[in-house]
Design a protein around this ligand. Structure first.
Ligand SMILES: *[C@@H]1O[C@H](CO)[C@@H](O)[C@H](O)[C@H]1NC(C)=O
Ligand SMILES: *[C@@H]1O[C@H](CO)[C@@H](O)[C@H](O)[C@H]1NC(C)=O
Ligand SMILES: *[C@@H]1O[C@H](CO)[C@@H](O)[C@H](O)[C@H]1NC(C)=O
Length: 344
């Protein structure tokens, strides 16, 4: 099974995500365990980046959970293992397309959070994109102004922080996995770059918009997540045996180039139906499903044909509120009953 590829170094490439775990110390030093030796060194050189690193991990994982909330694999670890990061690391070292998504979305999260930190003026090495100052087009009635996000520093930091440790993993076994990871990290960063957009604000007499000030801005992270989810759905299986460069597994398609924004995987995914502690798979037992939906969140698909339990949940809320002169609001208490279905 995929784990035969797993090396110690490889396993640790995901450990840094543990930094996002809730309940950790408020201000951990760089020596906090989830970071690899090299990442700790990077952090010590720039301790002011620590909040952005933590935020990047949080952003990436939160978006992963949101994009996958209706699917059998919901970007979580089994309850018993949830406190540690080991289980997540285990799932992630299996080289599946779920791994690909997590690599991409967390590499993108790091770019996003570091760039935000640059634009907020929190960093000495980077700031707003100053090359755009004074530019624009007077004849078309707009000019650059405000703070344009400059993603260069964030891109290069994300590369140093996430890719460099992987490049040190040598040996034949797992080389396809490592190449896959490097590619998917970069695909995530490229998504942030590709989805940069321009925002403008109007000035002029009574909002006439005679003059506009415009600035470049990163897309919301939710939009980046949606983009990457689409890439996940169209991800490409590659051969684990490298011949100088990445190759598609499907021989008949090898002529079709692999784009830098494509997500790649080496191993087919398990079905994620039943819990497997060893592989860090939580299974779908106890997940809430939708009885009428034909989609992935429908009870049929989500529960893998095992059926579901139904219980009635009572909601009490304030309702029929009326404003009473003067000055308060009077409401009634309403009870509603809803059926909730959970997988057996
Ligand atoms: C910038 O630094 C301030 C003060 O340390 C902090 O409150 C804020 O969250 C930081 N903003 C970003 C985007 O990092
Ligand atoms: C790679 O590994 C060697 C020895 O294990 C170490 O000295 C070096 O700093 C590592 N390089 C990176 C980029 O992690
Ligand atoms: C369940 O799925 C149906 C059909 O897709 C949808 O109309 C409904 O809002 C869903 N119910 C819940 C509770 O999400």
């Amino acid at each position: 099974y995929p784990h035969r590829f797993c090396t110690r170094e490889y396993f640790f490439t995901y450990q840094w995500l543990g930094i996002a775990a809730a309940g950790g110390p408020e201000k951990p030093g760089c020596a906090s365990p989830p970071l690899s030796r090299r990442q700790q060194d990077l952090c010590e050189q720039k301790p002011e980046l620590m909040p952005a690193i933590r935020e990047g991990a949080r952003l990436g994982l939160q978006e992963c959970r949101s994009q996958f909330r209706h699917e059998r694999w919901d970007c979580r670890s089994p309850p018993a293992a949830r406190r540690g990061t080991a289980a997540l690391g285990q799932q992630l070292s299996s080289g599946t397309k779920e791994t690909a998504f997590v690599s991409a979305v967390t590499a993108a999260g790091l770019v996003h959070s570091v760039t935000r930190s640059c634009s907020a003026g929190n960093m000495t090495e980077c700031s707003c994109d100053v090359t755009l100052r004074h530019g624009g087009s007077a004849s078309e009635g707009w000019h650059w102004g405000g703070c344009s996000d400059d993603i260069h520093y964030g891109m290069s930091f994300s590369r140093k922080f996430l890719d460099a440790p992987l490049k040190n993993v040598t040996g034949r076994s797992g080389s396809g996995l490592v190449a896959m990871n490097l590619h998917n990290n970069e695909a995530g960063r490229q998504a942030v770059a590709k989805l940069m957009s321009v925002d403008c604000r109007c000035h002029g007499v009574s909002g006439s918009c005679a003059v506009k000030t415009c600035w470049k801005t990163m897309s919301s992270f939710e939009k980046i997540g949606r983009f990457l989810k689409e890439k996940y759905e169209n991800s490409i299986q590659i051969s684990d045996r490298l011949k100088k460069k990445l190759r598609r597994k499907e021989k008949s398609q090898r002529k079709i180039p692999i784009g830098k924004e494509d997500l790649l995987y080496v191993n087919k995914s398990p079905n994620y139906c039943v819990e497997d502690q060893k592989l860090g798979i939580p299974g779908t037992q106890g997940r809430e499903c939708n009885r009428t939906s034909q989609g992935p969140e429908g009870c049929n698909l989500l529960c893998c044909g095992r059926g579901y339990n139904t219980h009635v949940v009572r909601h009490v809320e304030r309702c029929e509120c009326k404003f009473v002169w003067c000055c308060y609001v009077r409401c009634r208490r309403c009870e509603t009953m809803t059926d909730v279905h959970t997988c057996k």
